[in-house]
Design a protein around this ligand. Structure first.
Ligand SMILES: [Fe+2]
Length: 292
């Protein structure tokens, strides 16, 4: 059966059928999925009961796996999964649900804010692939915002204004919004990086707004003015016409392009187990030179 792609909402996000991701894919299948990503930016696959190794192998079709040193307050010995797999669950190493006051849980609550994965790294991520191993029955949706549509809908004056702006991104900013306190010895890990506010997709040439909760400043702007403007843009970009909300079924695999979308998780009952595992395709370049 050939790969078939069906759009879910107007303008972006599509459902893919006719492909079994647990086995090695043919070059034509990979090409069809990549073309689908270029066009739709979010692809949903149902009924893919992947093992961690099958998820890694599928991810490698699209580039190099991003390793995850830093980027979290969990210490190396506390990790449930190896460094090439991001743990988006609410579980500790002993497979127990985090307590309400657990610092790792509070850090993870930052995922409720609209963001682009790894925008706090100098080379931000290309794709994220999230596998729903154990899903919850209420809430815990992943919402996506189409940043190409958001860019296209800006008026001409705003497009001209944002064209060459550069933002500073750091986990310090996204966690700071929720009042999460970063310890002195964690600050070096959260040093801000620079990202262009407008990105151009390397294949389609479409422009998109590169926003993220991690963005907390615009280079050369007073901070309150930058944050107020970034908030305005964020509100604009997350209007319902740019958003798709994914309601998880067990063994869904969802891929999104972090260069063209933002996402967030919605609230859920955190006494229930939610086991989600993410592999990430590393980006291949910085969006702008870093400060010396
Ligand atoms: Fe994320």
């Amino acid at each position: 059966m050939p790969v078939s792609i069906r759009q879910i909402v107007p303008s972006f996000a599509a459902e893919v059928s006719g492909v079994d991701l647990t086995r090695p894919l043919g070059a034509d299948e990979v090409a069809a999925i990549e073309a689908g990503m270029d066009r739709h930016a979010v692809l949903v696959f149902h009924d893919q009961a992947l093992t961690d190794d099958q998820q890694r192998a599928f991810t490698r079709n699209f580039g190099v796996l991003e390793q995850a040193p830093g980027g979290h307050v969990a210490k190396a010995h506390e990790r449930r999964l190896p460094l090439d797999m991001q743990d988006a669950s609410n579980l500790d190493k002993e497979q127990r649900v985090f307590g309400r006051d657990d610092r790792r849980r509070m850090f993870n609550l930052g995922n409720r804010l609209w963001h682009s994965d790894s925008s706090y790294r100098a080379v931000p991520a290309k794709y994220s692939l999230l596998s729903g191993r154990i899903v919850v029955d209420r809430g815990g949706h992943t919402e996506f915002a189409d940043m190409r549509g958001a860019y296209d809908a800006l008026d001409a004056a705003t497009k001209a204004e944002v064209e060459d702006l550069v933002c500073e991104h750091s986990l310090m900013f996204s966690r700071g919004v929720l009042g999460f306190e970063i310890a002195e010895d964690e600050r070096a890990m959260f040093r801000p990086v620079r990202q262009r506010l407008v990105r151009v997709h390397p294949v389609t040439g479409r422009k998109s707004l590169f926003l993220s909760a991690h963005a907390g400043n615009i280079v050369g702007w007073p901070i309150p003015e930058a944050r107020a403007f970034l908030r305005d843009l964020m509100e604009h970009a997350t209007q319902p016409q740019f958003v798709y909300s994914h309601k998880w079924r067990q063994y869904d695999l969802v891929i999104w392009d972090n260069r063209q979308t933002m996402h967030r998780v919605t609230r859920f009952d955190e006494t229930q187990v939610r086991d989600m595992r993410r592999t990430t395709v590393a980006g291949d370049a910085m969006t702008v030179a870093q400060a010396a």
